[in-house]
Structures are given as structure tokens and as C-alpha cells.
Design a protein around this ligand. Structure first.
Ligand code: HEC
Ligand code: HEC
Ligand code: HEC
Ligand code: HEC
Length: 402
């Protein structure tokens, strides 16, 4: 009993010491076993915590927002483009961080392993500690049943809120492959808002960054290892599935070149009733708070004028994304006919499949990016133009044979 009392006493001391050392980067709570849940920080950090709770709010903007709208209904082409992939079964728009856990548990998409929890809960970090790397391929439902926290303070701060730290090792491994230095304001989000894949055997999350973070670099990485996420059941194309490529898209943009990171727009400084400032911890559309996020720089514009400028960019991107998806669907239909006709040499079909893969990868990289092009309009248009070009080349290959 005595030893136990001493142990608890020490634990309390350690907890207090590390919770107080706000700016310390060393004492990031490694000593502490367990994850301190978000609600336990409510008294110490009331403003951050109150804004964190606002992630439960549901409100839309013209192109963005946090209502779980049904993409398969809104974009009927997806059923053809994603045929054979889980995303053709269910694809809802992303909601706020506090829903991450319940949304992954409830999705109708099949879950290849427990590693689907990687970006939904910090509890998964504890599971990696407990079971080692074998946890990734373990049964999703079994492991999900043990999870207590959705995305919370620990994901970005461990048990010492203040300075952000990287908790996801897959990001550290990915960064080791690059020569570039990034700011913490981008990396904090790049733990999850990136394109990734799971190793076919181990189901471990891997960032495909060996040749950089560009669309071509990532594609080359996948091509070199003959990787594909799934085979299109009608065309036989070995396709790649892109996922929430916000981090990669944002790099090299006008705002990024100016030194801004995700948190400048998505976590702006706010003032509480006493006039103290804190960073918003509501991760939502910045168009809901342009006064704090944008107008300090965009001084000559009103909120409405700036939002109109953003929406003009988004309208152009949305239209082009839809147009290009029509062309890829056209290629899928023609390629399906060609395959079924039995008349085309395998070589011709494979060439058309190659163009299909290239086109859909570039279109998807844009489609799954959640800013409708705002994060990097130039890059987005280039990707869509290339997607169009490849889809048309695929159609040409089939036409030429006829
Ligand atoms: C210059 C400001 C700015 C920066 C920097 C920025 N974003 Fe955004 N982000 C926006 C705007 C504007 C939108 C579009 C919101 C809308 O359509 O309502 C957006 C949309 C999003 C969305 C979808 C939100 C929704 O409600 O639909 C996500 C997710 C996102 N950004 C993540 C990131 C990440 C991750 C980074 C860093 C890699 C980043 N953003 C950097 C301004 C920014
Ligand atoms: C998605 C990542 C993320 C999560 C989750 C997160 N934070 Fe933060 N937090 C940050 C970032 C990024 C900063 C800004 C650091 C900077 O200013 O450079 C920050 C800053 C802070 C600060 C410093 C003061 C301030 O407001 O800037 C406190 C305190 C804080 N967070 C508390 C919390 C608490 C409490 C929670 C859980 C309720 C939490 N954070 C969840 C990313 C996160
Ligand atoms: C631990 C993983 C993780 C981290 C770290 C993370 N996110 Fe997210 N984020 C998610 C997931 C998962 C969703 C979708 C949740 C859902 O739909 O249930 C999401 C959704 C969002 C949304 C959409 C919310 C809405 O209401 O439309 C925004 C905006 C966003 N994140 C911004 C950020 C920013 C900015 C950062 C960095 C400060 C960040 N996220 C860090 C996993 C993460
Ligand atoms: C650090 C200052 C700064 C911040 C913060 C900032 N911007 Fe900008 N932004 C600029 C500058 C400078 C330009 C280039 C001149 C221009 O077009 O106004 C620019 C350009 C733009 C453009 C035109 C981009 C293009 O490619 O044509 C839009 C739209 C825009 N910003 C919207 C926003 C929004 C929305 C936010 C907040 C979510 C924001 N900006 C935050 C400085 C900033």
C-alpha cells in the first residue's frame, strides 16, 4: 500500500510539473502513462477548450462546410469513377474533428485493419505501444471498441498543451525522405491531412514521399512498386485512390510562399471577453472568420469582397473538376466497351488503361482536396488540365484502333 501511495504521489507531481511547463519541448509528457482526455483541460485552458467544442457545430459555406453531405448523390460520376472501391459505397463530406471516431466506426466502407484508427484517435498511439506494429492489421472493430478519445489535445500536444508536437511516426518517417524544412503550423495538420497508403501486408500507414510530395513524384513512387489501390471492375485499370491531399496541395502556393501555414488561416488568434488572445481550436472553414484570419492582411477588401474572390476561384475549379470527371467517365465507358468487344489487342487496352490511371490520379488528387482549389489555384488547374489531357489521350488510343 505504501509503495502504491508513493507511486500515485509521484504521478501527481510529474503530471503537475509537465502540465505547467507549457513551453518545454523536452518534457512532452513521455513520463505519463495514458492520455489525458480533452475535458480535463477545460479549467486550465478554457478558451482553447471552448473553441475545441465548437468542432461539433454544423454549418456550410458555398463550397465547403461541415455537413456530412452525400457526395455520391451530389457527384453521380463518382459511382463510375470509384466502381469497385469502398468510396463508391459511401462517401460523405468530412465533418469536424470531434466526429472523427464515430464517423470511421460508422462508415459503410470496408476497413482493412485497425490502422484506419491512425488518424481518428490518439488511443491508437497507445495501442502501437502495447501491441507493436502488428496492431495495424488487427481487426478494426475489436480495436475500435477499446477507444475512448476522438481527436483531442493529445493528437497535437501529447499531455502538455501549448507548443504542438508530432505524435504520428508515419509523418516523421515521411519527412526523413525529404530535404525540405516545414513549419510546425503545417506539420501539425500534415499528420493526417495528407495522401497516404497502407502497406498491403502490414497495413501500416506510409507516406509515399520517396520522390517528393508532388503529384508526379508520388505517382512515380507508386508506379515503381507496381502499386494500385484497386482494379476497376469494368476497365481492368489498376487505379490509385488519392485522399485529402491538403498538405501537399498547399505547398508552393502564393500564401505558402509568404510564410503562412495552415494554422494562420484555420487557427487564427481570437480574443476572449477579458481581451486575452488565444488561438481558435475550431478547425473549420476560414470563410466563417475572415475578420481574424484574412482581413488583417487583406486590408483593402471587405469580408464580402474577399469571400467573393475566393468563391470565384472555387467556382472555376468546381466546374473544371466536373468537366474533367465527365471526360474520364467517357474514357471508362469506351474502355469498358473495348474490353468487352474482345477485339482490341491487350497492348492497346493497356495503353488506354495507363492513361486512365494517370488521368484519374490527377483528377482525384484535386477532387479529394477539401478547399475546392483555394489552397493552390495554379497547381489545381495544372493537375486538372493534365488529367484532361491524359483522359483524351486514352480516348484517342481507342479511337485510333477502330
Ligand atoms: C491562406 C489561408 C489558408 C491556409 C494557409 C490554409 N487554408 Fe485550408 N482553407 C482555406 C479556405 C479559404 C478554405 C475554403 C473554405 C470553404 O470553402 O468554405 C479552406 C478549406 C480547408 C478545408 C475544408 C474545410 C471545409 O469546411 O470544407 C480543410 C480540411 C483545410 N482547408 C485544411 C487545411 C490544411 C491542412 C492546411 C495546411 C496544409 C490549410 N488548410 C491551409 C484557407 C486556408
Ligand atoms: C490539430 C492539432 C491540435 C489539437 C488537436 C489541439 N491543439 Fe492546441 N495548438 C495547436 C497549434 C498548432 C497551436 C499553436 C502553436 C503556435 O502558436 O505556434 C496550439 C496552441 C495551443 C495553446 C497555446 C496558446 C494558444 O491558444 O495559442 C494551448 C494552451 C493549447 N493549444 C491547448 C489545447 C487544448 C487544451 C487542446 C484540446 C482541447 C488542444 N490544444 C488541441 C494544435 C492543436
Ligand atoms: C489526428 C488526425 C488529424 C489532425 C492532426 C488534424 N486533422 Fe483535421 N481532420 C481529421 C479528420 C479525420 C477529419 C474528418 C472528420 C470526420 O469527418 O469525421 C478532419 C477534418 C478537418 C476539417 C473539416 C472540418 C469541417 O467542419 O468541415 C478541417 C477544416 C480540418 N480537419 C483542419 C485541420 C487543421 C487546420 C489541422 C492542423 C492544425 C488538422 N485538421 C489536424 C484528422 C486530423
Ligand atoms: C499574411 C497576409 C495574408 C493573409 C493572412 C491572407 N492573405 Fe490572401 N493574399 C495575400 C497577398 C499579399 C495576396 C496577393 C495579392 C492579392 O491578390 O490580394 C493574397 C492573395 C489572395 C487571393 C487571390 C489568390 C489568387 O491566387 O488569385 C485570395 C482569394 C486570398 N488571398 C484570400 C485569402 C483568404 C480567404 C484568407 C484568409 C482565410 C487570406 N487570403 C489570408 C496576403 C494574405
Amino acid at each position: 500500500m505504501k509503495r502504491r501511495g508513493l507511486f500515485i504521489f509521484l504521478l501527481v507531481v510529474i503530471t503537475l510539473v509537465s502540465a505547467c511547463s507549457k513551453s518545454s519541448t523536452e518534457a512532452k509528457g513521455e513520463e505519463i502513462q495514458g492520455i489525458i482526455p480533452a475535458e480535463e483541460w477545460a479549467d486550465k485552458y478554457p478558451d482553447e477548450y471552448a473553441s475545441y467544442l465548437k468542432n461539433a457545430e454544423v454549418a456550410n459555406t458555398t463550397y465547403g462546410g461541415s455537413e456530412a453531405i452525400d457526395y455520391l448523390e451530389k457527384y453521380p460520376n463518382l459511382k463510375t469513377l470509384y466502381a469497385g472501391n469502398g468510396f463508391s459505397k459511401e462517401y460523405l463530406r468530412a465533418r469536424g474533428h470531434v466526429y472523427a471516431l464515430e464517423d470511421v466506426i460508422n462508415t459503410a466502407r470496408p476497413k482493412p485493419g485497425a490502422s484506419c484508427l491512425s488518424c481518428k484517435t490518439a488511443d491508437y498511439l497507445e495501442m502501437i505501444n502495447e501491441y507493436g506494429d502488428s496492431v495495424h492489421a488487427m481487426n478494426f472493430d475489436e480495436m475500435a471498441a477499446k477507444v475512448k478519445n476522438t481527436i483531442s489535445c493529445y493528437d497535437c500536444h501529447q499531455n502538455t498543451p501549448g507548443e504542438p508536437v508530432i505524435t504520428r511516426n508515419h509523418l516523421n518517417v515521411g519527412l526523413d525522405k525529404l530535404d525540405t524544412e516545414f513549419k510546425m503550423g503545417d506539420l501539425s495538420c500534415a499528420q493526417c491531412h495528407v495522401e497516404y497508403y497502407m502497406d498491403k501486408e502490414t497495413k501500416e500507414v506510409i507516406l509515399p514521399w520517396d520522390n517528393g510530395i508532388t503529384v508526379e513524384g508520388i505517382e512515380k513512387y507508386y508506379d515503381d512498386m507496381d502499386y494500385y489501390d484497386w482494379v476497376h471492375p469494368d476497365t481492368g485499370t489498376k487505379l490509385l485512390k488519392a485522399q485529402h491531399s491538403e498538405f501537399e496541395t498547399y505547398q508552393g502556393s502564393l500564401h505558402s510562399k509568404m510564410g503562412l501555414t495552415c494554422i494562420d488561416c484555420h487557427m487564427p488568434p481570437m480574443e476572449n471577453e477579458d481581451g486575452d488572445t488565444y488561438r481558435s481550436h475550431q478547425w473549420t472553414s476560414p470563410l466563417k472568420h475572415v475578420e481574424q484570419s484574412c482581413l488583417p492582411c487583406h486590408k483593402n477588401e471587405t469580408a464580402d469582397e474577399l469571400i467573393a474572390r475566393v468563391e470565384k476561384i472555387q467556382e472555376g475549379v468546381e466546374n473544371k473538376t466536373n468537366e474533367v470527371s465527365d471526360i474520364i467517365v467517357n474514357l471508362i465507358n469506351e474502355l469498358t466497351k473495348a474490353v468487352n468487344s474482345g477485339k482490341y489487342p491487350e497492348e492497346t487496352l493497356n495503353l488506354a488503361r495507363d492513361y486512365h490511371r494517370k488521368a484519374q490520379w490527377r483528377w482525384d488528387f484535386v477532387f479529394v482536396e477539401n478547399s475546392t482549389g483555394f489552397h493552390n489555384p495554379e497547381f489545381t488547374h495544372k493537375s486538372l488540365d493534365e488529367a484532361r489531357m491524359y483522359a483524351e489521350k486514352g480516348l484517342e488510343v481507342l479511337r485510333e484502333f477502330q
